[in-house]
Ligand binder design. Structure first.
Ligand code: UD1
Ligand code: CA
Length: 459
């Protein structure tokens, strides 16, 4: 059985963040979420996360199936793993993967290739390493003249000569369960930082006559972590490029990637065009042949085929085939725009169902409403859904015509095919096919201005 320990106890002082370092985000998701996804995708069945600094925040984020162990105080990566003693004791005959929670580019393929290497060589420890140009702050992999592994030297403890070693420790290791237990019982804090280094396990197991190996990855990016905001930005850049590239190869058209940030879990169909400054995140699914952007933000929404979203914000909603939205449209949580709806300039929809073919082309608020199909909203319609205390719903029937500048005072029902005169304030429900005029009648007073001269400069 494969199991894993993820290190997430550190504060991440250099990040200068209020949250634990592993909760710092890459493409709008905490770094640790990527590590957990990779581990699960690699077939790991039992996971223990080591928490420490602001552990409640990490614990609240983790799903129920993940175990935790608290490290208090945080005395280094070796000390962190020691807190998982019980977890390790229950997996002595298994293979245990240990990884840093701040390395979100590590992937399942690399983890499993390292696992195969680990098993094929009957290793007690297999670490993942890569050739890295900027080795500041990392562990250098020290080998003898024959290339045999000796130990890992942390950058802070390294001599000038050791600092030149480019082969770097990724912070991701496979251990035999019993071998890990043995190594931990021998780690000390005799080093520059007075920390218990997990990396000392390599030398400890080699000294005990065990097999040790390093699986060297070709793509050194998978080993990158983030200790500060600059490195966090680097990870965002790499992750963003990788996702955009994958989508393009799958048939998504991104003519210019400027400002295009697409989350890892987003699915986008063939021949959909994504235009600049578009952010798509959460569990969003977009169909084929859509045009999304420019300047569009979509979170956690389902978008059908052939949809146009131009300068829109779409949150937790469903947009069906053929819908045309924008520019400057906001669709808030729990809304559905059914097939071929057209929502135009400066329109907001919230917690509403808008039926097939309905049009709301300009300056309208549709909140807490059930709107039928083929309704026409005139410019400036407002569903007045809130009286200061309670929210109420409006129901608008199929084929209704809502004149410009109508206020619908909820709760109110507009029947099928009903017709509302422009400028009406509707307080009472309207039967189907009826006309409702709810405005003061126009009054004309001939010559009134001549007599009154109501304006300051009027001659
Ligand atoms: C570590 C490795 C280094 C490797 C690098 C790769 C050690 C001693 N060094 O260094 O060889 O090249 O990762 O990124 O392991 N953590 C705890 N408790 C602690 C300290 C850390 O849970 O007491 C967690 C952190 O939250 C983090 C992970 O362990 O997720 C790594 O810690 P960090 O301090 O970033 O280690 P590095 O200095 O980067
Ligand atoms: Ca680190």
């Amino acid at each position: 059985m494969k199991c894993a320990i993820i290190l997430a106890g550190g504060k991440g002082t250099r990040m200068k963040a209020d949250c634990p370092k592993v909760m710092c985000k890459v493409l709008f998701k905490p770094m640790i979420s990527y590590v957990i996804d990779a581990v699960k995708e690699a077939g790991v069945e039992d996971i223990c996360v080591i928490t420490g600094y602001k552990h409640e925040e990490v614990e609240a984020y983790l799903s129920q199936d993940i175990k935790t162990a608290l490290q208090e105080p945080q005395l280094g990566t070796g000390h962190a793993v020691m807190q998982a003693n019980d977890f390790i004791a229950s997996h002595l005959g298994d293979d245990i993967l240990i990884l840093n929670g701040d390395g979100p580019l590590m992937d399942a393929e690399t983890i499993n290739k390292a696992y195969d290497y680990h098993k094929n060589n009957a290793n007690a420890i297999t670490l993942i390493s890569a050739m890295v140009d900027d080795t500041t702050g990392i562990g250098h992999i020290k080998r003898d003249e024959n290339g045999t592994l000796l130990r890992i030297v942390e950058d802070k403890d390294a001599t000038e000569e050791e600092k030149l070693i480019k082969e770097s420790n990724a912070g991701c290791y496979w251990f035999g369960g019993a071998d890990l237990q043995y190594a931990l019982s021998n780690i000390t804090n005799e080093n520059v930082q007075n920390e218990y280094y997990l990396t000392d396990s390599l030398e400890i197991l080699i000294s005990a006559g065990k097999n040790a190996g390093a699986y060297v990855v070709e793509n050194s990016e998978v080993v990158l972590g983030a200790n500060d905001r600059k490195q966090l930005n680097d990870l965002n850049t790499i992750m963003r490029r990788n996702i955009n590239t994958r989508l393009m190869l799958e048939g998504v058209d991104i003519p210019c990637t400027d400002g295009v940030m697409i989350g890892k879990d987003v699915k986008i169909g063939n021949s959909t065009v994504i235009l600049p400054n578009t952010i798509i995140i959460g569990d969003t699914v977009i169909g084929d042949g859509c045009e999304i952007g420019p300047n569009t933000y979509i979170d956690n929404s389902t978008i059908g085929n052939g949809v146009i979203l131009d300068n829109c914000k779409i949150l937790d909603s469903t947009v069906e085939n053929g819908v045309d939205c924008g520019p400057f449209v906001k669709v808030r949580a729990n809304s559905t725009l059914a097939e071929n709806v057209h929502i135009g300039n400066f329109v907001e929809v919230k917690n509403s169902h808008v039926g097939k073919g309905t049009k709301s082309a300009h300056l309208t608020y549709i909140g807490d409403s059930d709107v039928g199909s083929d309704v026409n909203f005139g410019c400036g319609t407002v569903t007045c859904n809130y009286d200061g205390k309670t929210k109420s719903r409006c129901t608008i029937g199929n084929g209704a015509f809502i004149g410009c500048n109508t206020n619908l005072i909820a709760p109110v029902e507009v029947g099928d095919m009903a017709y509302i005169a422009a400028g009406s304030t509707i307080t009472d429900s309207i039967p189907e096919k009826a006309l409702s005029v709810a405005r003061a009648r126009q009054v004309i007073k001939e010559g009134w201005v001549e007599k009154k001269k109501p304006y300051k400069n009027q001659k």
